[in-house]
Design a protein around this ligand. Structure first.
Ligand code: BT5
Length: 239
């Protein structure tokens, strides 16, 4: 099934995810997209702020997949593939986008995009921010933009590519399930066996990356055995 997207554009908005949630409660259909040039209350996970000045892409896609809410997390990995494809399409040829659990898209170790997937009533809201021109200088880690990496992009061009790639990966997910998404995600992430540290609330846990579980949970091999981490962040063990 080819995805049909209908884009509602705003010059400025609080958060495209909030607007998409509102539209979901009004019964807006699958494929409704909220795009804004600027956000005044852009959000990340856990009440983090998302730096959202003009010059970047901010959009939220309302999906009604007909799948149980338990599969929502899968959409965050699927979206990361679409965002990585987009970033690579806009940058010089050899530049690769790398994926870091759970939702980061990095270029040369710096965060270039953010993904926030939320459940709203019967719908899923997929929020995507891609730094085209602007990145915050005061974030807790390195950040970057398409343009800083020698890429050439318009925000609307980035939007069209990301929707196209999202449509593609959704079709693969519908046909083949999460296994194919998971394998593609793993190909673009840390190599299995890499030493990483997981921060999941409480003490950080250091171990060796052992891939993703069938539901997208991080698997970490530690001296105490294999651990499953469902929420948190990871960093290379040395940092
Ligand atoms: C994310 O959160 O990475 C998800 C961000 C999703 C943003 C999109 S934009 C469209 C839609 N509408 C919204 O309101 N949100 C979505 P998290 O993993 O919690 O990372 C947030 C952290 O990244 C912040 O605490 C900062 O340290 C850093 N950060 C903030 N703005 C950034 C930016 N533009 N680029 C890179 N890093 C940023």
């Amino acid at each position: 099934m080819t995805e049909q997207f209908t884009v509602w554009h705003h010059d400025q908005i609080g958060s495209t995810n909030d607007e998409a949630r509102r539209l979901a409660t009004e019964g807006a259909p699958h494929g409704t997209v909220v795009h804004a040039d600027e956000q005044t209350a852009g959000r990340g996970r856990l009440a983090h702020t998302w730096f959202s000045p003009p010059g970047n892409l901010y959009l939220s896609v309302l999906l009604r997949t007909g799948q149980p809410a338990a599969r929502t997390a899968e959409l965050s990995f699927l979206t990361a593939l679409a965002v990585a494809d987009t970033v690579e399409a806009l940058m010089p040829r050899q530049t690769r986008a790398m994926l870091k659990w759970p939702n980061d898209v990095l270029v040369n170790g710096a965060k270039i995009a953010g993904i926030l997937v939320e459940q709203a009533d019967q719908a899923t809201i997929v929020g995507i921010g891609v730094n085209v021109l602007q990145a915050p200088s005061n974030a807790a880690y390195k950040t970057t933009t398409i343009v800083a990496n020698g890429g050439i992009a318009s925000v609307d061009g980035a939007r069209d590519i990301v929707l196209d790639r999202l449509g593609h990966h959704l079709a693969v997910w519908r046909a083949d399930g999460f296994a194919s998404v998971r394998n593609q995600w793993l190909e673009r992430s840390y190599p299995v066996g890499a030493a990483i540290r997981a921060n999941a609330g409480g003490q950080p846990i250091t171990g060796h990356f052992a891939g993703l579980d069938l539901d997208g949970a991080l698997l970490l091999d530690t001296p105490q055995g294999r651990q499953r981490i469902v929420a948190g962040d990871v960093t290379p063990a040395g940092e």
